[in-house]
Design a protein around this ligand. Structure first.
Ligand code: ZN
Length: 72
């Protein structure tokens, strides 16, 4: 499953979503422009390892940052 992590430029919302093909992604909160976050976690851990804990944002075993910006 192509799960990508996005960061909203408008309200700062971080979220993950499934993207198929060239589907356009907008923020689910404000429909603003988003940047795709090239998270190492999603690619490394694979779909089976992907955890959705109740912490709000995603995190991985490689780092504790919610954006994983420090581990790639
Ligand atoms: Zn937003």
């Amino acid at each position: 499953m192509p799960i990508y992590e996005y960061h909203c430029n408008e309200c700062g919302n971080d979220f993950e979503t499934l993207v198929f093909g060239s589907q356009e992604v907008v923020c689910p909160k404000c429909s603003g422009n988003v940047n795709r976050v090239m998270s190492c976690c999603s690619f490394k851990s694979g779909a089976g390892d992907f955890k959705t804990s109740g912490s709000g944002s995603s995190s991985c075993s490689g780092c504790t940052s919610s954006s994983c910006s420090t581990c790639h």
